[in-house]
Unconditional design. Structure first.
Length: 246
C-alpha cells in the first residue's frame, strides 16, 4: 500500500480526497494534489481513530479509510531486507557476529508478524536490544547493588517488590530480568506470557524468556504496546527540529 503525504499527486490522491469527504472529513477541492487541506483532513481523521496524527496517509490510515491497496512507493518504508547481519554488526561493535546471525532473524520475523516492520519501530527494537544487551543475545540480569543487598541472597531486594507482583523469596531471583528487554517481576512474566500465547509457561519456566524466539516475541509485544507513544514522540521531535514543517 502506498504512502501519501504533502506534495503527492495523482488519481490515487484524488481517490483519497473523495474517501475523506465521504467519511466526513472535507479535504477541500478534490484535485489530486496533496496540499494543506488534504493534510489537515487526514490529521483530523487520524485523531478520530486514535492513529498517529502526522497528516501522512500511510498503510494504517488508508486501511482505516478502507482505501483499496496499491503497490508501495519506492523508499517507503524501510525494507526488512535492508536490515542485514552486516549492517547490524556496525551498530553492535561488541557483539559476536554469531549472536547476530542467530538472533536477528527471529527478531525481524516477530517484528514483521506484529506489524512493526516500519523504520521507526525496527530502529527502536535494535536500540532497545543495544541498551539491554550489547552482545545481541537474550541474557539474565546481572547481580548488582540495586537488586541484591550486601549480605543477602541473589536478587533479595526484588523478593518483596509489590510493584513487580513478587510475593517473597524466591520470586526475586526466579523472576529477575531476562531476554532482550530484561523482563522482570512475576506480574510482568504473567501478563506478557499470556499476551504472546504461552499462558502460564513463563511463570512455570521463567528461563524460557531467554529462548531466542520467545525473547523476540516478548520484545515485539513490548514495543507493540508502546508503538503509538513511540511514534508520537518521534513525530514531535522531528517537528521541533524542523520549525514550520506543519
Amino acid at each position: 500500500m502506498s504512502v501519501f503525504r504533502r506534495g503527492s499527486t495523482g488519481n490515487e490522491v484524488k481517490a483519497l480526497q473523495k474517501r475523506l469527504l465521504e467519511v466526513g472529513f472535507n479535504p477541500g477541492e478534490q484535485d489530486g494534489e496533496y496540499g494543506g487541506g488534504t493534510e489537515a483532513a487526514v490529521r483530523a481523521f487520524q485523531l478520530s481513530k486514535g492513529l498517529l496524527a502526522d497528516g501522512i496517509a500511510g498503510r494504517r490510515t488508508l486501511a482505516a479509510l478502507n482505501v483499496p491497496e496499491i503497490p508501495i512507493e519506492p523508499g517507503h518504508p524501510l525494507s526488512i531486507a535492508e536490515v542485514t547481519v552486516e549492517r547490524v554488526s556496525h551498530m553492535f561493535p561488541d557483539a559476536p557476529i554469531g549472536n547476530i546471525k542467530k538472533h536477528l532473524p527471529p527478531v525481524l520475523d516477530e517484528l514483521t508478524a506484529s506489524d512493526l516492520a516500519d523504520k521507526p519501530m525496527v530502529l527502536m527494537a535494535l536500540a532497545t536490544i543495544r541498551a539491554e544487551t550489547a552482545g545481541f543475545e537474550p541474557i539474565n540480569e546481572f547481580r548488582s547493588k540495586f537488586n541484591t543487598s550486601p549480605s543477602g541472597h541473589p536478587f533479595d531486594l526484588y523478593d518483596n517488590r509489590e510493584d513487580l507482583g513478587n510475593t517473597g523469596n524466591p520470586d526475586g531471583e526466579r523472576f529477575k530480568g531476562r531476554g532482550f528487554i530484561q523482563l522482570t517481576g512475576r506480574h510482568n512474566y504473567k501478563v506478557i506470557g499470556e499476551k504472546i500465547g504461552l499462558g502460564n509457561k513463563l511463570i512455570e519456566t521463567p528461563d524460557l524468556a531467554n529462548d531466542s524466539e520467545i525473547a523476540a516475541r516478548i520484545l515485539a509485544a513490548f514495543l507493540k504496546d508502546k508503538e503509538l507513544r513511540i511514534k508520537k514522540e518521534l513525530f514531535w521531535k522531528v517537528i521541533c527540529v524542523q520549525p514550520g514543517s506543519l
